[in-house]
Design a protein around this ligand. Structure first.
Ligand code: HEM
Length: 449
């Protein structure tokens, strides 16, 4: 197809618009913490409605420039494009890792602090091998992992201990209590029962993640990184039955695989899963009709050893749609790519802002409502890009393990109990769901149902 040179150029934002994107999209996400959240900044972003501003900023640019992709007015060495069109988002997700590599430079700089050889920041044969490994460990094709019954048992034990403690102390559940329990579950699921009380490991990872929040602006904690990897390797050598470490011990690996660089991602990424679970609990507390549907599923299915709790999974997916824990999905072009509106050069970073698609009230009737049926009836959202776990060929291979562990945690917390948010008007079904829900200050009053 012949193009003239004007057609060959994708639309470019003005300097003012680029600065506005930096201020409304990048700055708040960086302030909240990309790799580990800063609770105070999350609270501030909720109060100021910053997530809504980011969506509105991209909607404005979409109205002015059409489908894009829109190139930001930055130096060529840091060229970045915004994806504004749903078909373009689906294309980028489907054509990963070539020509849209997951190993985008800013992501690489951040993850270098604790997992420089992770699949997500690898490319070519190295990425292929590491992706294979992660898919096999996490059994990404299976709706319920082979260890699902074991994971459900771990959740049951820890949730029961948490509830006993909460009930002895007056019946209030807050984030700090929940997080302690959640971290125990995560260490047992990933590394085995012997890691249950290894808080030091989680603390080391948190220190490395805090440095990763600053990407290349932080020199890194080399000593902590070494100690952390050594400790992870000890658990991997132990390969405890009934944990992901046990699965790893059985799988073939090569020099390229680097399991000790994949496993930190498992530990780190379970953190947002806890946030999504706590928010889903809030959604169910605020929507009694959905709470009843959840209780019905629990009564009917929870006694099965590795129950697949579809309704609770849908509630979790809604929690992630409304408040995605990976709001910025990034890719980088490995070669020149052609679009209807022009050519995008190689080495361009691409940003897909998940909330811009998930909350697009111009196209989705229930964009700001809690609507688990969106996930229960296939095709309900058509081809609309929903990317809580990204999508296409780079989709999160851990998503089904996540949905198993989180849905069982929700089920065990809810079984035979009623939850009320404190204060009750913290989230109201009669109002649109807020642009952000600060998980750190959620509190519930629990009563026997
Ligand atoms: C709520 C929890 C989680 C969410 C929302 C989530 C979301 C995501 C997203 C969006 C990506 C792609 C990122 C990108 O393309 O830049 C990703 C990648 C990945 N996730 Fe998750 N994740 C979660 C938990 C987990 C857990 C618990 C595990 C492992 C047990 C896991 C394993 C992975 C791996 C291995 C990748 C790299 C995939 C690749 O590039 O090949 N995730 N996840």
């Amino acid at each position: 197809m012949h193009r003239d040179s004007a057609q060959d150029t994708l639309p470019m934002a003005t300097v003012g618009e680029t600065l506005a994107v930096v201020g409304d999209v990048f700055a708040p996400n960086i302030a909240k913490g990309v790799i580990v959240r800063r609770p105070k900044m999350v609270g501030l972003a909720e109060k100021l409605g910053l997530d809504q501003r980011a969506i509105q900023r991209l909607q404005k640019l979409n109205e002015k420039y059409g489908p894009g992709p829109l190139i930001l007015n930055t130096p060529d060495s840091k060229r970045m494009a915004l994806i504004l069109d749903p078909d373009h988002a689906n294309r980028v997700l489907d054509e990963t890792p070539e020509p849209f590599a997951t190993a985008e430079w800013a992501k690489r700089k951040a993850l270098e602090h604790f997992e420089p050889d992770m699949a997500l920041v690898s490319h070519g044969p190295e990425r292929a091998e590491r992706r294979r490994f992660n898919e096999e460990v996490l059994q990404s094709d299976c709706p319920v992992h082979g260890l699902g019954a074991r994971f459900a048992e771990v959740v049951e034990q820890e949730a029961s201990e948490l509830l006993t403690q909460v009930e002895q102390e007056g019946g209030k559940l807050d984030w700090d209590r929940f997080e302690t329990t959640w971290n125990r579950v995560v260490r047992r699921v990933v590394l085995g029962d012997s890691a249950r009380d290894d808080h030091a490991l989680t603390e080391m990872l948190e220190k490395l993640r805090s440095a990763a929040n600053w990407a290349f602006f932080h020199p890194g904690h080399d000593r902590v990184k070494e100690d952390f990897h050594e400790r992870v390797c000890t658990y991997l050598k132990r390969g405890e039955e009934g944990s992901l470490a046990g699965e790893i011990a059985r799988l073939p690996t090569s020099e390229i695989t680097q399991p000790e660089h994949q496993v930190p991602q498992y530990l780190f990424a379970f953190d947002p899963a806890g946030m999504a679970t706590f928010r889903a609990l809030a959604l169910l507390a605020a929507h009694p009709d959905h709470g009843e549907r959840a209780q019905a599923e629990i009564a009917e299915h929870l006694q099965q050893p590795a129950a697949k709790l579809d309704y609770l999974r849908a509630c979790l997916l809604e929690s992630l749609r409304l408040w995605p824990t990976t709001p910025m999905v990034l890719r980088q072009t490995t070669q020149e790519t052609e679009w209807e509106n022009g050519i995008m050069p190689a080495e361009t970073s691409i940003l897909m802002l998940a909330p811009y698609f998930h909350r697009d009230d111009r196209h989705l009737d229930n964009a700001h409502r809690f609507d688990p049926d969106l996930w229960l009836q296939p095709g309900e959202a058509g081809d609309w890009p929903m990317m809580p776990f990204s999508g296409g060929t780079g989709i999160c291979p851990g998503r089904r393990v996540v949905l198993t562990v989180t849905s069982h945690m929700l089920a065990r917390l809810l079984q035979g109990r009623e939850y009320q948010l404190s204060p009750p008007n913290r989230l109201l079904s009669s109002k649109p769901m807020p642009p952000l829900l600060n998980n750190y200050d959620l509190e519930f009053d629990i009563k026997a149902g």
